[in-house]
Design a protein around this ligand. Structure first.
Ligand SMILES: Nc1nc2c(ncn2[C@@H]2O[C@H](COP(=O)(O)OP(=O)(O)OP(=O)(O)O)[C@@H](O)[C@H]2O)c(=O)[nH]1
Length: 365
């Protein structure tokens, strides 16, 4: 199938413009009907030009998205612009339509407005309502002197009903658009909750293993390097026993802050989205280092170890001395996440075994 755009969101926007094309097709069908029933003051050339310009409008919107010009706007979906053009082309047809058929044509405006629920605020809806209402009032004003009293009354009541219906749609549409925005925010929040460790704010196990899988895939695709660090706080049980669980919690939080600032402070952590640090278990954390070989990872790990050791952790129960042991491994061809982590875990075990507060690398076997 033809790829609309390499970016998923942009492809969706193009699809939405195509949906707008359906509305234009509707204007075309209406105009053909009006032409066949002699209710429009236009010939074949006028109609052909009208169709062409409408299609061109649509094509320009699609082109703008394909070339990413739309990304410069606050509303990259260009909803307001698209609806304004929809109304404009509707008005053009209305201007040519004989007064007795205008009432029906006005109904088609509702379809243009409907697109607003994708994005527009009530204010923007009201702006469009004013635009449509004034444009129609302008048309009536133009033909006013040629109308008899009955036609004037019909046109005025049609103008009134159009304005009322569009006003109603503005408030309903704005409400639906707000619901949609709330839903999107809620989805973001749910995603955040599903991926974040509640206590420390670091990524949780699910998030960090997801990042690891992505990083492994990148290694397979491009042959770049990747290393992982498993960090485990030393004698944490003893810390809890001596200072209490709350102090233990505070230490975990500060530990994450220290590691995160150390990771941010060095450009070895070129984040390409996704988590780089995650809580793997109680007092065990995983750091994923893309594009980093074993030596680079060792230096990073050593920096982290020193960051933890260098100053006591300030807690409400007073300062607490904390150290961390770190095991690290580097991606090898055909590694799965499990095998990579297993080697890091074995290295961590050795670090503990050799007295803690140290960095150990995987062995060459
Ligand atoms: N305060 C606090 N403690 C936790 C949390 N999660 C796990 N722990 C504690 O962390 C301790 C981990 O103890 P162990 O696995 O025996 O390891 P350790 O005492 O750190 O000893 P080594 O790892 O060998 O240095 C346990 O006592 C857990 O209760 C947490 O969220 N908050």
């Amino acid at each position: 199938m033809l790829e609309l755009h390499r970016d998923h969101k942009q492809a969706l926007r193009i699809r939405r413009v195509m949906l707008g094309l359906v509305a234009y097709l509707m204007w075309m069908l209406v105009s053909i009907y009006l032409y066949l029933t002699n209710l429009v003051d236009a010939g074949v050339t006028w109609l052909a030009g009208y169709f062409l310009l409408m299609l061109l409008t649509n094509a320009v919107f699609i082109l703008a998205i394909r070339r990413d010009w739309n990304l410069r706007f606050n509303d990259p979906g260009m909803t307001l612009g698209q609806i304004s053009f929809g109304i404009f082309w509707g008005m053009v047809l209305l201007a040519q339509t004989l007064p007795e058929a205008r009432g029906g044509v006005l109904l088609v405006f509702v379809t243009s407005f409907f697109f607003g629920v994708f994005r527009l605020t009530t204010r923007q809806f009201l702006l469009l309502t004013a635009f449509a209402s004034l444009a129609y009032a302008g048309l009536i004003r133009l033909d006013w002197s040629g109308m008899d009293l009955a036609t004037r009354r019909t046109e005025l009541s049609q103008w009134l009903f159009l304005t009322i219906v569009l006003l109603w749609m503005s408030f309903m549409g704005g409400y639906v658009a707000r619901l949609r925005a709330n839903l999107r925010a809620a989805m973001g929040r749910i995603e955040e909750l599903a991926n974040r460790d509640h206590l420390t704010g670091a990524g949780n196990r699910r998030a960090i293993t997801g990042s690891l899988d992505t990083a492994i895939q990148a290694c397979r695709d491009s042959g770049q390097t990747l290393s992982v660090l498993l960090l485990d706080l030393d004698r944490f049980k003893q810390l809890n026993d001596q200072h209490g669980h709350l102090t233990g919690d505070a230490v975990l939080k500060e530990f994450v802050q220290r590691v995160e600032s150390a990771l941010r402070g060095h450009d070895f952590i070129e984040s390409e989205g996704g988590e780089r640090l995650g809580r793997f278990g109680g007092e065990e954390f995983l750091v994923v280092l893309p594009s980093t070989n074993l030596e680079g990872a060792r230096q990073a790990a050593e920096r982290l170890r020193q960051m933890v050791e260098q100053a006591p952790f300030e807690t409400e129960g007073g300062p607490v001395e904390v150290t961390v042991s770190i095991g690290l491994s580097e991606y090898r061809a055909h590694d799965e996440a499990e095998t990579l982590l297993k080697r890091a875990d074995q290295a961590l075990y050795r670090a503990k075994d050799k007295g803690r507060n140290r960095v150990e690398m995987e062995t060459g076997e």
